[in-house]
Design a protein around this ligand. Structure first.
Ligand SMILES: [Zn+2]
Length: 401
């Protein structure tokens, strides 16, 4: 089993109308490439850009969720999965498992009802922030909101623990990570983060954070973005962005939709990145190695950020929005890892690429299923079908708001 903890393919499906059933000439993820790369499944990020706010952020997330669900409802080779059993069942049928995680806590618009609506639609993790902090949690990339959890933020974490939704600390500020680790009663996830001991980017996790996440049974999916892997490349990438800013500003002024703006900006960026020296897959494997040394192999997974990043470690494709038929290239990663002591298990599965996410989602989701079972037992005359209908009605009420 190989699960990817974070791919940004959903907005391509919604905004770009991309049909990922067929092999696409651009982007990173589609069903043929998932199969060719050996991916059993992936968490599709329900990413809500910071430009969405009160009155629009929740609606945007629901539109992305509907898109992913319409895909799994109609495509025979892909199945929505909300727990480990469903992932296993999908894999057993030779299908790709599609899981969902919301990215950006501002998507709940400060409402626990909205959080619950996400859960009932099948979402099984939420990053408390994206690059932007919000009213209740600070973000690593938001200088204005670097603090930790507010009282409401603590309530969000408690509710996620109760529901069986993984609390994802990728993107969160150090203070938020600290507060979450003190408060949570369930294992914590960092779906797409690298190691700060190897690269000082604030998005990366310190060894103390990695150890604390491991101690509580959580896991970290290593991000493939070269900017997070290597300080020297990060500095050159920042310089490139500074140089291109006037052109980026012109693009922002000429489009309304964030997706189109991102595509245009990436297209321009990639033209320049083609001529730059980009860290190779060995540097990515260094981060896996380090995380495994600090956390232990059971706590390290894969969180590629495919389709959310404009450049990948060599020799994986660098392109996002231009034509490039390269597959997800997990096979290249297999080759790079095979020389390392933790590269393969006796069963021939590559680790740490798979199982941890599987165990992580099981550890959190199962108590929630038990809770639903208890609720059913306590309802006189209630049946499983009644329960499902009640949840559906409650959900519609929230969605229709
Ligand atoms: Zn992200």
């Amino acid at each position: 089993m190989i699960l990817d903890g974070h791919v940004d393919t959903a907005q391509r499906m919604l905004d770009g109308n991309d049909d990922i059933v067929r092999r696409l000439p651009d982007g990173h993820v589609d069903l043929p490439r998932m199969k060719a790369g050996g991916l059993s499944g992936a968490f599709f990020a329900i990413w809500v850009d910071e430009t969405y706010g009160p009155g629009t952020a929740f609606r945007r997330a629901m539109a992305l969720i509907d898109t992913v669900r319409a895909f799994t409802d109609t495509v025979s080779g892909a199945e929505l999965a909300t727990n480990a059993g469903e992932v296993r069942a999908a894999a057993g049928r030779g299908h790709v498992a599609v899981l969902m995680g919301v990215e950006g806590g501002h998507a709940i618009e400060n409402s626990l009802e909205h959080l619950e609506a996400f859960y009932h639609r099948g979402v099984r993790y939420m990053t408390l922030t994206w690059n932007n902090g919000n009213d209740w949690a600070g973000a690593s990339m938001d200088p204005a909101r670097q603090g930790g959890l507010s009282d409401f933020g603590r309530g969000v974490v408690r509710r996620m623990n109760d529901l069986g939704m993984l609390v994802d600390v990728s993107h969160a500020s150090d203070a938020t990570v600290r507060d979450v680790l003190q408060l949570t009663t369930k294992p914590v996830l960092a779906s797409h983060s690298c190691c700060r001991a190897l690269a000082s980017h604030p998005r990366n996790l310190t060894d103390d954070q990695l150890r604390a996440i491991a101690r509580q049974g959580g896991l970290v999916g290593i991000n493939f973005f070269p900017v997070f892997l290597d300080d020297d490349f990060c500095a050159r990438y920042a310089e490139l962005n500074r140089r291109l800013e006037p052109e980026f500003a012109a693009i922002r002024a000429s489009h309304e939709q964030p997706f189109l703006i991102d595509c245009e900006i990436d297209r321009l960026r990639v033209e320049h990145l083609e001529r730059m020296d980009v860290p190779g897959i060995d540097r990515l494997v260094d981060h896996f190695d380090h995380a495994v040394q600090v956390m232990g192999i059971d706590h390290v997974g894969l969180g590629s950020d495919f389709d959310g990043i404009c450049v990948l470690p060599r020799p994986m494709t660098r392109r996002r929005c231009r034509s490039s038929p390269e597959p997800s290239r997990l096979a290249a990663m297999a080759t790079a890892t095979s020389g390392r002591s933790w590269g393969r298990t006796s069963s021939g599965c590559l680790v740490p690429l798979g199982d941890p996410f599987f165990r992580g989602s099981q550890a959190v989701a199962d108590p929630a299923l038990e809770r639903v079972g208890v609720a059913l037992d306590q309802e006189p005359g209630g049946t499983g079908r009644d329960q499902v209908m009640r949840e559906h009605v409650q959900l519609r009420r929230v969605v229709d708001l």
